[in-house]
Design a protein around this ligand. Sequence first.
Ligand SMILES: NC(=O)c1ccc[n+]([C@@H]2O[C@H](COP(=O)([O-])OP(=O)(O)OC[C@H]3O[C@@H](n4cnc5c(N)ncnc54)[C@H](O)[C@@H]3O)[C@@H](O)[C@H]2O)c1
Length: 216
Amino acid sequence: MLEKASLEKAKTEVNNAYGKCDILINGAGGNHPLGTTSNPFFQLEDLENTTEGFKSFFDLDPKGIEFTFNLNFLGTLLPTQVFAKDMVGRNGCSVLNISSMNAYTPLTKIPAYSGAKAAVSNFTQWLAVHFSKVGIRVNAIAPGFFLTDQNRALLTNPDGSATQRGEQIIGQTPMGRYGTPQDLVSTVNWLCDDGAAFITGIVVPIDGGFSAYSGV
Ligand SMILES: NC(=O)c1ccc[n+]([C@@H]2O[C@H](COP(=O)([O-])OP(=O)(O)OC[C@H]3O[C@@H](n4cnc5c(N)ncnc54)[C@H](O)[C@@H]3O)[C@@H](O)[C@H]2O)c1
């Protein structure tokens, strides 16, 4: 996905099987442990902490930051460069990006992922304006919390119970549960359908109320 030659190959296969591409969903994304702090808040004693694997802000590794920005931001831009060529000048085409709650207010511990998703939201607006004259709409969804391979180990213990972070997230989600794939379907269909012909450059939260809740 980050290699243009591989993307071009995928596009050729899609074109051979289905014809020109009308809809692109830039779904791939994720975080990297080297861009993640061990603690939510920096404490004075963190400067002296020599525990194996402990990472304070000062230990964040540029490799982890770069990996995360490349995966989320370049991983949205590069596929669009390849697949949106099919869409230029035709009607009813659209790009859908995947942002995150982190784009609005960053979650603790994950500065790279938060910044990269903020970049995805910003790029969604930029691209919507850029492509507005050639028939391509560009929107995004900002999912709240869905239990997937990306976050399962952070949110659940091996016995299936919630971690402290998992409990915090459910506590901050007024609907009191994680999202399910089904929760995304109608919004994805709506944004990619011609019924949304005058909608471009928006980011839609699908979050069980997370972004509306102050916690009080
Ligand atoms: N799970 C959540 O709570 C949540 C919340 C907000 C946004 N998101 C976003 O939703 C999207 C899907 O994530 P998910 O939660 O299903 O996680 P996931 O880890 O299950 O899926 C991520 C997908 O990205 C693919 N991928 C990663 N690197 C790639 C690469 N270099 N080339 C091609 N494919 C690559 C993986 O193979 C995987 O299929 C991501 O953009 C993620 O950031 C997830």
